[in-house]
Every structure is written in structure tokens, then in C-alpha cells.
Write a protein that binds this ligand. Structure first.
Ligand SMILES: [Zn+2]
Length: 249
């Protein structure tokens, strides 16, 4: 946690599946009747864990910053397969957290708007032998194309290096980049699974002053409004200014 809370930004987001999606995990309800179930919440709705989305977005941000040709030192949290947790100093750690640094961006689980899932056959792979198992097939549960998941993301203290909404700008522009350039999550994306689109449905900014005034929802920004566009443009400009400043500590 941060010692000082200047503002808190709540981003309402949705994930729309453009192909079947499989994110596996142990269900919290009764034993599964398929070999490879999707992860669900206690009410049997499929979910996308916030940690999965965060992992994908962090990796994307690392690649982007390394690609900038600006000699930005971006840490690799998986050094020789071991998670070192992050250097605490690079821009990626400033956003997603480091070894001793709280994450500025917290993504909560997204929940599907429907319980509907389907079962697909897949060839069972023996992990040790790396070939098809004897007797062949196992069932994989998927969330069908067209499912909408909704969730929230919380960004605390959006300022970085005196650039007011730099963290928000980083997050919003990253979503755009993700949608344009990769857009897949979960396992087996190579088999045409896991194509998704991430959309922002609304942003609320709550300042410490709002809290004092009893305005606990702060100010709302609705996509496609002029105010939203201004906020986004300014935030993206703040992020760009921060990165170009070269001062990240
Ligand atoms: Zn780092």
C-alpha cells in the first residue's frame, strides 16, 4: 500500500471473447465432469482471473518499452525461470509492482455474463513424453465466442514524475495496443482459442478531497463523451512525457 493516497481511479472494463476461451483452474464448486474445466466463481460463472490479465499486460508493456530504442532499463521478473519479483525502479515496476513495491494497477477478476460453456475434444498430451496419450482424447471446457466478462481495475496515485495521470495513460494506451497487436489470453491461443478484446466501459476518479467531501464515487467519465476523450488524451500525453523524461526513480 502507498503511504499517501492522492487519488484512486476505478476503471470498469469488459473482456469480449472473439473466439472460444479456455482459462483452466480448479473450480470452487462441485467436482468437474469434464477433464479440463474452466475456472469459475462460487456461483458457477466463468471468470478471468485479474492476475492472468495483469500478467499478459505486464509482459506486453515490457516488450513495448524495450522496443522504444531509448535505452530504458526494464527488468525481467523471470530471471532464469525464477520470479525475482521486479527491480522496483523501472517504469514497469512503477505500474505493476516490484519485489518491494506495491502494484499501482490492481486488476480484479472479470466475471462472465452467462454460465454457458461448451466442451471441445482435444488430443490429450502426455506432458512427460510430449506426445498423444494412449486412448486419446480428453474434454476441454471453453467459454464460447461472444461472451462478455466484466470487472474493475483500480489504479492508485496516477501521477508519475509530476505527470498527473501517467499511470492511467499507460494503462489505457496499453489496452489499445493489446487490442490491435496481440489480443489473446489463456492457454492454447495457438489453436485459435483465447482471442479477446478489452474495452473500457467507464472511469471514476476519486481524490482525497472527494473523500473528505463525502463524494465517494468521485467524478465519472463515460466513453465517447468529450470529457472522457480529454481525460484519455491528457493521460496518454502524461505517460509519454514521463517516459521521454528518462527519470524513473
Ligand atoms: Zn522493474
Amino acid at each position: 500500500m502507498f503511504e499517501r493516497l492522492d487519488n484512486r481511479v476505478i476503471v470498469n472494463y469488459e473482456v469480449v471473447t472473439l473466439s472460444d476461451l479456455h482459462i483452466g483452474g480448479h473450480t470452487t464448486t462441485e467436482p468437474a465432469d469434464v477433464d479440463n474445466p474452466v475456472i469459475k466463481n462460487a456461483d458457477s460463472y466463468p471468470i478471468i482471473p485479474g492476475s492472468s490479465l495483469k500478467g499478459v499486460l505486464r509482459t506486453e508493456m515490457e516488450r513495448l518499452l524495450r522496443g522504444l530504442n531509448m535505452d530504458i532499463k526494464v527488468c525481467d521478473i523471470f530471471i532464469s525461470g525464477k520470479d525475482c519479483g521486479g527491480c522496483n525502479k523501472c517504469p514497469v515496476c512503477k505500474l505493476f509492482g516490484g519485489n518491494e513495491l506495491a502494484s499501482s494497477i490492481r486488476i480484479k477478476d472479470a466475471t462472465a455474463n452467462s454460465k454457458k460453456t461448451m466442451v471441445r475434444d482435444a488430443v490429450a498430451i502426455d506432458r512427460k513424453k510430449r506426445k498423444a496419450k494412449d486412448g486419446g482424447k480428453y474434454d476441454t471446457e471453453v467459454v464460447p465466442k461472444g461472451t462478455v466478462f466484466t470487472g474493475i481495475c483500480i489504479i492508485e496515485n496516477t501521477e508519475l514524475g509530476k505527470c498527473e495521470h501517467a499511470k492511467l495513460g499507460a494503462f489505457l494506451s496499453l489496452l489499445n495496443f493489446f487490442n490491435e497487436c496481440s489480443g489473446s489470453i489463456g492457454h492454447a491461443s495457438s489453436r485459435g482459442f483465447g482471442e479477446v478484446k478489452l474495452n473500457v466501459k467507464g472511469i471514476n476518479i476519486i481524490t482525497a478531497q472527494d473523500y473528505l467531501d463525502g463524494n465517494y464515487t468521485g467524478k465519472s467519465y463515460v466513453p465517447d463523451s468529450t470529457e472522457y476523450r480529454e481525460l484519455k488524451n491528457n493521460a496518454v500525453a502524461d505517460w509519454s512525457k514521463y517516459i521521454k523524461s528518462g527519470k524513473y526513480d
